[in-house]
Design a protein around this ligand. Structure first.
Ligand SMILES: NC(=O)c1ccc[n+]([C@@H]2O[C@H](COP(=O)([O-])OP(=O)(O)OC[C@H]3O[C@@H](n4cnc5c(N)ncnc54)[C@H](O)[C@@H]3O)[C@@H](O)[C@H]2O)c1
Length: 313
């Protein structure tokens, strides 16, 4: 079995490639050629063990990602099976894989569901995930302005983002960031709402990716109530895991929810005729990990790695 390290995963992946493979996997999920293995969590003495995965029958692969959570920090690993031979084929370190697939799923949804040509991005949380969210989006959107809200954001990273994106990047307050923003990303570890939904522009696209437990939320009730629609990855998991939904006082407004199988299956349009606020709430689903791991493996087999980085068995 191959062991593919985080640094090899990072060398092999790009946001565009991952976004494309995710779209193919969710398209197959919509047509019963893939299935999600929902997250299982086990708690003991303040630590957690979680598993999530999926079967991508159309590509003959299945896999599971497993990760402990200790003092709030994750450590991801993934095992991938070839279903044509029914054998395990690779173990992948899962930290880079998770970073790429989380940013790419936001990009996949934003490029289909957000109003075209957004000019202003508000980013809450410039940690590992938040920085990747910004980089993935700046490859598809030409922002004029990026407002970063994070007391710990690094000025050097803001400067780098400014030169990469061509946008004016500045650190600012929550309200200044959200007012007039076309796209708002929350990628913090906060369990309390990070802005007031009254500040949102009428056609804003909001992606909340930062918490996946029912006890915490980055978005307030106002944001959820003002949203014309709430996009989730996969209802079966998202509606019970997302604190934004579980803690929302109007969570029973079921007509607002739409998930990726419904969108890729054509049962629902990506954009509404009467545009309003769109919320994308991401908790992370295992099929995205399987699809991303499959892309890594196919690139290893296709000789994409530098010779010095050969994968060991
Ligand atoms: N949706 C998914 O699939 C998925 C996948 C991986 C991680 N996550 C989640 O993403 C979150 C961020 O992960 P990370 O690895 O980037 O964490 P990180 O610790 O590297 O970064 C979090 C950043 O948020 C900032 N922050 C905290 N509270 C804030 C607030 N109220 N306003 C603005 N900024 C604030 C912190 O200063 C920090 O820089 C975690 O909660 C993690 O569970 C989600």
């Amino acid at each position: 079995m191959l062991h593919i390290t985080d640094s090899q995963v990072s060398e092999l992946l790009d946001f565009r490639g991952v976004t494309e493979v995710l779209a193919e996997a969710f398209q197959d999920l919509a047509h019963d050629k893939a299935a999600v293995h929902g997250r299982q969590r086990t708690d003991c003495a303040g630590m957690k063990l979680s598993t999530m995965g999926g079967i991508w029958a159309a590509r003959n692969v299945a896999g599971v990602k497993v990760y402990p959570t200790v003092t709030g920090q994750f450590s991801f690993a993934m095992i991938l099976f070839d279903l044509s031979t029914n054998t395990p084929v690779a173990v992948l370190d899962g930290n880079e894989l998770t970073r790429f697939r989380t940013a790419s799923i936001t990009r996949m949804v934003a490029s289909r569901a957000a109003a075209p040509s957004p000019r202003k991005l508000a980013l809450f949380g410039a940690g590992l995930q938040g920085r990747s969210q910004a980089h993935a989006l700046c490859e598809v959107f030409r922002f004029d302005e990026i407002c970063v809200v994070d007391p710990k954001a690094e000025g050097a990273w803001c400067d780098r983002l400014q030169s990469l994106s061509g946008a004016r990047v500045r650190l600012t307050t929550a309200e200044k960031a959200v007012r007039d923003a076309d796209v708002v990303i929350t990628a913090t570890r906060s369990s309390e709402p990070v802005f007031d939904g009254e500040w949102l522009a009428p056609g804003a696209f909001v992606a909340a990716i930062g918490t996946s437990t029912p006890k915490g939320r980055e978005l307030d009730d106002t944001t959820m109530s003002r949203a014309a629609r709430i996009v989730v990855e996969w209802k079966q998991q998202s509606l019970v895991e997302a604190g934004e939904i579980v803690l929302w006082n109007q969570r029973h407004l079921t007509e607002k929810y739409v998930d990726l199988p419904e969108l890729f299956g054509g049962q629902q349009p990506w954009r509404l005729e009467q545009p309003g606020i769109t919320v994308f709430k991401s908790v992370g689903v295992g099929l995205a990990d399987v699809a991303t791991a499959q892309l890594v493996l196919s690139r290893v087999r296709g000789g994409w790695l530098l010779a010095a980085d050969e994968v060991t068995a």
